[in-house]
Design a protein around this ligand. Structure first.
Ligand code: 5GP
Ligand code: MN
Length: 348
């Protein structure tokens, strides 16, 4: 039973032998892995004859709007009443790509209260223990890879069709930045090889996800890099910020700032990047790092967030200016760590 604790997996397998409604949930602001793993699992379970619904908290970016099955996902923000009924009546709820119930944000109370058995499939570190079955593996590329492993462990690899493969590939590709981080595992490439054998067109999937910039989005990226980026070589840090006014100017759409933070990190000698976006009630922050500097720890400690060692997110309830000031003020504490991570990133 690759990767999974056999006792826990057996429990899940048994649970799935019973009838009843299954609901698949994923985190707020769903990304390619959240949506890809959910769609793939749903498609598989339907092939097994199960009654399955997917509930996602809010809209996903337009560049995922072509994915097989996405039209059937119920978006809680728009359909909270029917979603509440599904959550209350479900006998099994899958929790994909998040490690703590509050990460679903809009329906966390309903999820806590649901009578269903909750099964976690996730790769974030330090999962909370409010799930009945936890298939939590950190040493993997993505939740999509774990869903592949899950289907295989169920003995159902043959049920992975092209559409399921496409959904899984989107998760693997987007969560690894097109195979540039969190992917130094032989197994990841074995899964990829299997998906290609099943007929997925990796080049076309890449185009569908990444070659979809609107003119506004591309100009916003240019603006971020030319007008809104600060580089602090003494702390091996670069950050980018966007105010509400900036976003209005470029007719900001969900997903338009996806990937912006990575540009700051791709500067030579930079080991820590942050991206601040001003929302109506908070400042949302994306953190990225190279090497041993843990942005998960940094986000947890200072910005009510978390995630992975090299990719995390957090929130600040200060103003944008005060948030950036707080951030800059923290850097001296981490100077040595940041410098070390930066120098490690320039040698083989
Ligand atoms: P992003 O910067 O793309 O929003 O998030 C990067 C990673 O950190 C994602 O894997 C996401 O799941 C995780 N993450 C983002 N925000 C939070 C947060 O507030 N709490 C936790 N625990 N993880 C987060
Ligand atoms: Mn993920």
């Amino acid at each position: 039973m690759y990767k999974f604790n056999s006792e826990i997996f057996s429990g899940v397998k048994k649970l799935l032998e019973t009838d009843g409604e299954i609901v698949i949930t994923t985190h707020y602001n769903p990304d390619g892995d959240a949506l890809g793993s959910s769609l793939a699992l749903s498609r598989y379970l339907k092939k097994k004859g199960k009654k399955v619904s997917i509930i996602i908290p809010n809209d996903f970016p337009d560049f995922l709007r072509w994915m097989p099955g996405q039209e059937d996902a119920i978006i809680y923000f728009h359909h909270s009443h029917s979603a509440d009924v599904l959550l209350a009546d479900a006998s099994v709820i899958f929790c994909l790509d998040y490690n703590a119930i509050p990460r679903v944000n809009l329906f966390k109370e309903q999820l806590f209260a649901a009578r269903a058995k909750k099964i976690l499939i996730d790769h974030h570190i330090q999962p909370e223990d409010h799930f009945d079955y936890m298939l939590s593996v950190v040493e993997t590329s993505s939740t999509a890879e774990l869903v592949y492993d899950f289907i295989r462990a169920m003995g159902d690899e043959h049920l992975i069709d092209v559409e399921t493969g496409v959904c899984l590939y989107v998760g693997l590709m987007t969560d690894t930045g097109s195979f540039s981080y969190s992917c130094n595992y032989p197994h990841t490439y074995e899964v990829l090889a299997e998906l290609v054998r099943r007929g997925i067109d990796t080049e076309q999937i890449h185009r569908l996800v990444y070659d979809t910039y609107s003119e506004n989005r591309m100009r916003l990226l240019g603006f971020c890099l030319s007008e809104r980026m600060t580089v602090l070589p003494e702390y091996a840090t670069a950050y980018i910020w966007l105010s509400k006014t900036d976003m209005e100017r470029f007719h900001f759409q969900p997903g338009d700032s996806e990937g912006v933070v990575n540009y700051a990190l791709s500067i030579k000698g930079i080991s820590f990047a942050a991206f601040f976006t001003e929302k109506s009630d908070r400042v949302r922050i994306s953190f990225r790092s190279k090497g041993n500097f843990s942005v998960n720890y940094f986000a947890r400690e200072h910005f009510e967030g978390g995630g992975h060692r090299n990719a995390s997110g957090g929130d600040s309830f200060l103003s944008l200016t005060d948030t950036i000031e707080k951030f800059s003020g923290l850097l001296p504490r981490y100077k040595e760590e940041l410098k070390q991570a930066a120098s490690q990133s320039t040698i083989l």
